[in-house]
Design a protein. Structure first.
Length: 290
DNA sequence: CTGTGTTCCTGTTCGC
DNA sequence: TGCGAACAGGAACACA
């Protein structure tokens, strides 16, 4: 489920509970998620205080006062919710979250003071790991953060230079830009008026100067991610905020899951098509994306 | 090295 | 209504 905006939304929801919180107890309801949980997972967490909760790409990183880092990835269907001491949710539209909960609650972090953070993940594509103290390059191979000022059209064009892969595949590649998934790649390409099957290398030039297409794409990525974060992410089926409420950006999709509808671009007159690329559905306007 | 296809798992939706 | 097939936001891995 979650791409960068959803993970960032989750981070903001969890931060008030987790940051400076003391992990009193960890309950594991199974020994593995997508991968086995790391050695001595409970022992390394219990009694530790969370110094900060960061996000890198689609990963949540809880820095502990032991200098270890708890790495969490939500996979396709993972979500967190916050409960108070009695097992009821903090205020919010909890009903939605509750209906899916319980059966797939895999990990519970209980904090001193009574709040709990519960990880739920029906498909179990998510995972958690602990990076030891002093580990450098905790998440190797990830490309730039798209909302980092260092990410600009020139660096994007450089990353795409020489690539024979279609833009759709290239943007899903976390080494090129970190944090985009199927939805936001489709949305960014539409905003940039670039066809998903266009070859990535065509956005670079020999001179190192970015093309107009690369400029538009970089702008579109920043814009769509920023708007999505402001809307609390997109709730397709699983994404909920930590208080159980829903993200709203799914109502603002221009192409994703809109096959057959008219292109929302003013004066375009095209229609939204769907095709499978790299095994995933790609939605695009058949007229204004080139 | 590059790019594509498969796979992990469960739940929901769609067509007959 | 019931049932099987297709499909779903990710990413590691195998393979050509």
């Amino acid at each position: 489920m979650p791409e960068l905006p959803e993970v960032e939304t989750v981070r903001r929801g969890l931060a008030p509970v987790m940051v400076n919180g003391l992990i009193r107890q960890v309950e594991l309801r199974r020994a593995d998620l997508r991968f086995p949980l790391p050695e001595r997972f409970r022992e390394r967490l219990e009694g530790r205080r969370v110094a900060s909760l960061d996000r890198r790409a689609k990963y949540l990183l809880a820095r502990l006062d032991s200098a270890e880092t708890l790495i969490m990835h939500l996979g396709m269907s993972g979500s967190f919710r916050v409960e108070d001491g009695e097992g009821a949710a903090v205020p919010g539209d909890y009903y939605h979250a509750r209906s899916k909960a319980a059966a797939h609650d895999h990990v519970v972090f209980r904090f001193a003071g009574g709040a709990s953070v519960v990880y739920n993940d029906p498909r179990r594509f998510g995972f958690m790991d602990l990076a030891p103290a002093g580990a450098n390059d905790i998440l190797p191979g990830l490309g730039p953060e798209p909302l980092d000022p260092l990410f600009d059209a020139a660096s994007l064009a450089r990353s795409l230079a020489g690539k024979a892969a279609p833009l759709k595949s290239a943007l899903l590649d976390q080494k090129i830009v970190a944090g985009l998934g199927n939805i936001y790649v489709c949305e960014a390409l539409h905003r940039a008026r670039l066809a998903p099957e266009r070859l990535a290398g065509t956005l670079a030039t020999g001179t190192g100067r970015p093309t107009a297409g690369a400029e538009r794409l970089e702008q579109a990525i920043e814009e769509v991610l920023g708007e999505a974060i402001a809307a609390g992410g997109s709730s397709i089926s699983d994404h909920v905020l930590a208080d159980g409420s829903l993200g709203m950006f799914q109502h603002r999709f221009r192409v994703y899951d809109r096959e057959g509808e008219p292109c929302p671009r003013e004066g375009c007159g095209g229609h939204i098509g769907r095709r499978v690329q790299a095994g995933r559905s790609t939605f695009y306007c058949d007229r204004c994306q080139r």
